[in-house]
Design a protein. Sequence first.
Length: 263
Amino acid sequence: MAQQAKPIRWEELSWEEVGALRESGIDTVILPIGATEQHGLHLPTGVDSFSVVAVAEATSARTGIPVLPPLPYGCSMGHSTKWPGTLSLRPETLAKVMLELAEYVHASGFRRMLMLNGHVTNWAPLRCGLENIRTDIPELRIALRSVWEISQEVFDFYHADGGTNWHANDAETSIMLHLREDLVHMDKAVDEPDTGASCFYSYTVDKESEHGGVGKPTQAKAATGQWLLEKCAESLADQLTRAMVEDIPLTEYQKTAATIAAT
């Protein structure tokens, strides 16, 4: 799909413009959910918010889907309070925020909503939010995707140097070098192993990392970050273009069955 002049940001629209957008046939919104948390010695606390907003806005520019004001707080309790800077919601709070925002999205006439996640441990509370939304607001179709799982290629790169516990690694550092190089201190970047990879139990980051990161940020490049973001936006735009006309599975099945029966 051709790129628009700019992304559509909900907070920049009047209520009349929001209504006109809906009347034009757009019934989908993207809600970027980031985090504010320590990201090692070399990255700012807003990495997850910067990256998820970048993907959401690039996707909006490709599809015309509006982006809701981003949520810069997530469930970051696993980062502990060892390092200053982390601000966290509890899982039940984040799940409830999703439901309450969804109620107003629905009231504004939109019927499809993507929760776009930028932080790993947001996933479980967001999934709980999804369960509540589809139960309490059955007319609103709800989806959850994390930035690093948008495509297999992106997923593989995110996990290449940090395993399942990657944090402030090559991928995140490369993205920030592309988006906000002025906030990256590469002279302080430290490569750290995934010490928790073979553990049976789950540990907070302060028990797994000396400086707050896992992976190899020293090999990061701005060009890699640009490639990652473009891959994410391109893949997500394709998926959402199809999702904007997606019908419920049973209806799709019945239509197909009826077509086959008629031939």
